[in-house]
Design a protein around this ligand. Structure first.
Ligand SMILES: Nc1ncnc2c1ncn2[C@@H]1O[C@H](COP(=O)(O)OP(=O)(O)OP(=O)(O)O)[C@@H](O)[C@H]1O
Ligand SMILES: [Mg+2]
Length: 701
């Protein structure tokens, strides 16, 4: 342990060793805040002999939690698990133990964003409201804001009156389904801790509480932290007000001030040395954030080398910008950089597609974090819904999802019948039994089939390995045929996803050493709670993500794309100074993820709703001092693809070896057709023979 403390600077060491009163560490990006938290936990376990499970560490995402856990285990050895949680996962644990007190049974369901929207759509339809005026996703966010108490009293009453019926029906349906949405987790978690007995029990149980990314906690989260630590004051929170980027979700910079008020004897430690970025990058970050008025203001310096100048590229169009990113990455890799050292950020999810296309064309493997997440893809949700119906007696939301998926002639009329039955009958299986009596002969057979499939799954959960169980669901329901018919364009890749689900489950089972029902419950739990950062797997892939998802992470090389007015800063955040300042903090977060090289880009024209529009350079670009920047020139004067080359094609060479993003290298067997739409059949070592459209392949030989 002695040796370990030596790798900390004086202030960091002081923070690790300080236990006399509540501790607040306020410090800039890359100054070692997260490092202090991990070392503090390690110190408590190793030196103070605190039992690891009695230390509660809270971070912002599951990914961050997992990383922290690994780091602590590296420091103390794996002798015992440390409880590193997110606010949501902590509340799930609390609720599983005491759900009765808030009127839920312990095996409650957690609705994710998509489930929530589906349920709202149903509610809106049942209330005979116009779905045009009441869009489920808009209402979903209003409801979330109401639940989080984000509206002022005045606007609250306006919103509340307008959606009162929807909200009440929605909450009722949640209760009937024994289900909670993400907001409820925090609300009921907080509710439980209001009970003096529980509050005492848990604040006594936890010897110490630590919170990372404290600047982004909202009021509910703050109250939870406070309930757990107010008596003993055994708490350490770390944050940076310049990185507060979730005020739109109710994060509150004021929490930092309230901390000093609620814990009057709090000790404040500042860390001023950045260990992450080059001098050039840090100077740029400091210059940008200086333009914000709403900040405490602090200095941050680094002893790191000056490093390379920041590169700036101006493209004619967004497509050209993407090409620039892809070709630059290719060069960097050629020069020996690892793909996993490179990250590409964008302000909004929809920017990723163009970038993805360009990367694919260059044959660069990438992973996308956020966007349509794997578990939100339709085919994955369908298959998981079968699992959920089998495992959760009362999950009617999933029941309606699978009723006619794949199509089995159980349309809206049958759905209505089923809904009526469910008014009095809560069990899925019993409801299906009853449904059989109320439908036509043909439909009866369909319902019987569905019923036996569900019962089979229920049983096979205990007997089949996970991969085979997924296969069973696919075969029993004819899901592959269904995909083939419904999605002739991409059914293969969808099936690939379903298989991937089987792989993931298998891997999860082996890693967590779980089997049977417990395995699936834990798995469903984990994926429902997984957030933007959680798909990040290590590996030789370039990472694409929104700036929001990049919080807390670091990469040697970072691209920030789309630096245009209206995009970054975003058009929705231009009205007030506060909004623009939040965008600037977001830009500050993005810059400070970069360790060695920062590359910024923008386009002069960008496709918006299908057509190209002129866009202006982001104001943030001009806030970076010019001596830190180097303009990247466009290569030569490559005109638009010359029409001559298209009309006079060289005799197409038949490819022999190709490369595919997912399958890797393949030996070509057949080619049908020509050009980018030609169908190439190739053999891939780990996947067997596949037929793929040329444009998704790279020719290696
Ligand atoms: N004393 C130190 N000696 C060497 N490296 C350090 C030291 N402190 C921090 N680092 C390294 O600096 C980098 C940034 O540290 P860390 O991620 O803990 O910063 P942070 O303050 O949490 O940043 P952010 O605000 O972005 O979350 C990490 O790679 C970390 O290992
Ligand atoms: Mg951190």
């Amino acid at each position: 342990m002695e040796g370990l403390l030596e790798t900390l600077n004086t202030e960091q060491k002081e923070a690790v060793l300080y236990f006399d009163s509540p501790l607040l560490i306020l410090a800039g990006a890359g100054s070692g805040k997260t490092r202090v938290i991990t070392y503090k936990i390690a110190y408590m376990v190793k030196e103070l002999k605190v039992r690891p499970e009695r230390i509660l560490a809270v971070t912002f995402t599951n990914k961050a939690a997992r990383e922290m856990k690994e780091r602590v285990e590296k420091l103390v050895g794996q002798e015992a698990p440390v409880f590193v949680a997110t606010f949501h996962s902590f509340c799930v644990r609390l609720l599983r133990a005491h759900s009765k007190r808030v009127g839920y049974s312990p095996n409650f369901l957690i609705l994710d964003t998509d489930d929530k929207r589906r349920l709202l759509r149903e509610v809106i339809r049942d209330l005979n409201l116009d779905p045009e005026r009441y869009s489920p996703s808009a209402i979903a966010s209003v409801i979330s804001n109401i639940k989080n108490g984000l509206y002022s009293e005045e606007s609250m009453s306006v919103y509340y009156d307008r959606i009162k019926d929807v909200l009440e029906a929605y909450n009722r349906r949640l209760r009937e389904n024994n289900a909670l949405d993400f907001d409820d987790l925090l609300i009921y978690g907080r509710e439980l801790l209001k009970d003096p007995e529980l509050q005492k029990r848990y604040s006594n149980y936890f010897a110490y509480v630590l919170v990372d990314e404290y600047q982004d906690t909202n009021n509910l989260q703050y109250e939870i932290v406070r309930a757990l630590s107010k008596e003993k004051g055994n708490i350490c929170v770390v944050g940076d007000e310049d990185q507060c980027i979730y005020t739109w979700r109710g994060a509150n910079i004021e929490n930092i001030l309230s901390f000093e008020r609620d814990f009057p004897n709090a000790k404040i430690i500042k860390l001023e040395r950045n260990y992450r970025c080059t001098k050039t990058i840090l100077e740029a970050a400091n210059a940008v954030i200086k333009n914000n008025r709403l900040r405490k203001g602090k200095v941050l310096f680094t002893d790191n080398p000056k490093g390379e100048l920041i590169r700036v590229f101006t493209a004619e169009t967004d497509t050209e910008e993407a090409k620039f990113v892809a070709s630059t990455i290719k060069q960097l890799i050629k020069k020996g950089k690892k793909p996993s050292d490179i990250a590409v950020f964008y302000r909004t999810n929809s920017q990723s597609r163009v970038l993805e296309d360009a990367l694919r064309r260059e044959g660069i493997s990438y992973q996308i974090v956020g966007g349509v997440k794997f578990y939100e893809r339709k085919e994955i949700k369908d298959v998981i819904a079968y699992l959920r119906v089998a495992l959760f007696e009362t999950d009617t939301i999933s029941l309606f999802r699978i009723l006619n998926t794949p199509r089995r002639g159980l349309g809206t009329a049958v759905e209505r019948e089923l809904r009526a039955i469910l008014q009095s009958e809560k069990s899925n299986i019993k409801a299906l039994e009853l449904l059989k009596e109320r439908v036509s002969e043909k439909q009866r057979r369909a319902v019987s089939d569905l019923l036996s499939t569900v019962e089979n799954i229920k049983e096979k959960v205990h007997t089949l390995p996970p991969y085979d169980l997924i296969k069973f669901i696919v075969v029993a329901t004819g899901y592959e045929e269904f995909l083939r018919k419904e999605h002739p364009e991409d059914w293969e890749s969808r099936m690939e996803n379903v298989r991937e689900l089987g792989n993931t489950l298998q891997e999860f089972a082996e890693r967590e050493k779980l089997t049977g029902e417990g395995l699936y419950l834990e798995f469903l739990n984990t994926i429902t709670l997984s957030s933007d950062q959680d798909e990040l797997k290590e590996g030789e892939k370039v990472t694409l993500m929104t700036v929001h998802a990049s919080k807390g992470l670091e990469f040697p090389i970072v691209f920030i794309t789309g630096l245009e007015e209206g995009l970054f800063p975003h058009v929705k955040s231009l009205d007030t100074t506060e909004e623009v300042e939040e965008e600037r903090r977001l830009f500050y977060v993005a810059i400070t993820r970069a360790m060695e090289l920062l590359i910024l880009s923008r386009a002069k024209k960008r496709r918006v709703f299908g057509s190209l529009k002129d866009v202006k350079e982001s104001r943030f670009l001009s806030e970076i001092p010019s001596h830190l920047v180097k303009e990247v020139k466009r290569k030569g004067t490559v005109k638009k693809e010359s029409p001559v080359a298209v009309t006079l094609p060289k005799k197409e060479r038949k490819p022999k070896i190709v490369f595919h993003q997912k399958f890797g290298k393949g030996v070509v067997r057949r080619v049908e057709g020509q050009g980018e739409n030609a169908k190439v059949t190739a053999f891939f070592a780990n996947y067997g023979e596949k037929t793929i459209v040329m444009k998704f392949l790279k020719i290696l030989a």
